[in-house]
Ligand binder design. Structure first.
Ligand code: SF4
Ligand code: SF4
Length: 437
């Protein structure tokens, strides 16, 4: 058997240190090397051949192809068993005027909901029969007030309850307090709320339409959700303008007892340019800059690590579990484990495309119509079909990224959304492992 370096080896430097790393998600190996070890390996790779073979960094290419195929089959089978996330958008209207909203010019479906909600559940009952699934209310703002709108939401909540489906909600949080009883008629999987910092910063980035503060009202909503022991996912959208708010919000969340609640979790969203949003782009982070900014802040502000533990492309997973996550052959769940429906009766691939003219894949109301060819194209997208991804050394970690971002960046469909995987791993490994070195 003649071995050679695996095409899936990922190597890089631990950010801010002299150490290097070598990783291979197909073989499941990960090693941190001192500068001396790294230099020795570079200058005489043959000397470490036995060890490198044992760890799967050097492989017989034919055997590696077989492993790749076997793991791809496992990935595909696991995806078939995965729970479906089905988004339902009752409205694209919103009571906020966030500067970075990508939906602000979407058309608003009418409020006559009865037939639409019935058709929605009829469709998912048949199309996704036998699949584990849950419904996520999305918007716009799905918890807008008003009798007609709340009757619309009640129909969705009751449809979930009747079927035993869990319900998630993505909301700006302003009307959480007055909607919580209604939502809790179903089993709540998660309520996602966004705060972009403490009051002043949050209110300037996420003002009510026509002006006015939303911070205190949202905080009361978060308190109420946690008081009922419902799962709360607090999302913060981060860019250069509000990065310091992350430390302040983390401190606030710790003080308020949120971070010690077992059902509280957080998510950091990178503010990025999608569709028509972002008049000024200078304050946006790229992925690596954001990773470094979070890691730097976590060093300075201890509460940040209690508030949010970034995944850094599997570095956190490795730290927590002592092993690498499985390979990702496809990072885009659209039309595989994710679908999005709106109240105009249209079907879309996912949240980034829902409501975008030209992205619809068909209708569930008033008649069922599907563009099967288009759906198949979404379902085929993976590192095996994107030409740029096939021979990319980080493909099994990156998974080809997000199609919506890829097409935005490249101006063409079925485009890769490249991520600086090795550099971000370098930041993450330094963050999680550097004390242990
Ligand atoms: S296109 Fe992007 S946002 Fe949509 S499902 Fe794929 S990864 Fe997610
Ligand atoms: S999207 Fe770019 S970085 Fe990701 S696997 Fe494809 S080519 Fe590699």
């Amino acid at each position: 058997m003649r071995t050679r370096p695996s095409k899936y080896n990922i190597s890089g430097k631990l950010w801010g240190t002299d150490h290097h790393f070598l990783m291979n998600v197909l073989s499941g190996s990960a090693d941190i090397l001192t500068r001396e070890e790294h230099e020795a390996l570079e200058s005489d790779p043959e000397a470490a051949r036995d060890l490198m073979e044992e760890k799967g960094y050097w492989v017989d290419p034919e055997a590696e192809k077989k492993t790749f195929r076997a793991q791809y089959l496992e990935f595909s089978a696991a995806r078939e068993r995965e729970e479906l996330q089905i988004f339902y958008t009752p409205t694209y209207a919103c009571n906020f005027a966030c500067g970075y909203c990508f939906q602000s010019d979407y058309a608003h479906p009418s409020e006559r909901h009865d037939a639409v909600v019935t058709a929605f559940f009829d469709y998912i009952d048949k199309a996704f029969q036998g699949r584990r699934k849950y419904i996520t209310l999305f918007g716009g703002e799905p918890l807008m007030p008003g009798e007609a709108h709340r009757a619309h939401i009640a129909a969705v909540v009751d449809g979930c309850r009747e079927r035993g489906l869990e319900l998630a909600v993505v909301t700006n949080g302003y009307h959480l307090l007055d909607a919580i009883d209604l939502l809790a008629r179903a089993r709540i999987k998660e309520i996602q709320v966004t705060l972009d910092g403490l009051a002043e910063a949050h209110d300037s980035r996420r003002p009510l339409k026509g002006g006015g503060s939303s911070f205190d009202t949202i905080v009361m909503g978060v308190d109420a959700v946690l008081a009922r022991d419902l799962p709360l996912n607090l999302r913060m959208v981060v860019d250069r303008e509000n990065i310091d708010e992350l430390g302040k919000l983390a401190h606030f969340a710790v003080e308020r007892g949120w971070t010690s609640h077992p059902r509280f979790k957080t998510q950091l969203g990178r503010n990025y340019n999608l569709h028509n949003c972002q008049a000024s782009q200078g304050h946006l982070y790229d992925r690596l800059e954001l990773a470094k900014a979070i890691a730097e802040l976590a060093k300075r502000v201890p509460e940040v690590a209690k508030f949010h533990r970034a995944s850094f492309h599997g570095a956190r997973y490795l730290f927590d579990n002592g092993e690498l996550p499985d390979p990702t052959f496809d990072a885009c769940p659209a039309c595989k484990s994710e679908w999005a429906f709106d109240a105009s009766g249209r079907i879309f691939p996912c949240t980034a495309t829902v409501g975008v003219f030209g992205e619809e894949l068909g209708r569930f109301h008033p008649t069922v119509e599907l563009n099967e060819e288009r759906i198949a194209q979404w379902q085929d997208r993976s590192i095996l079909t994107l030409p740029q991804c096939k021979d990319c050394e980080v493909n099994l970690v990156c998974g080809g990224g997000c199609e919506a971002i890829g097409r935005q960046q490249h101006g063409a469909e079925w485009s890769p959304d490249c991520r600086p995987v090795a550099d971000i791993l370098g930041v993450g490994l330094a963050q999680y492992f550097v004390d242990d070195l």
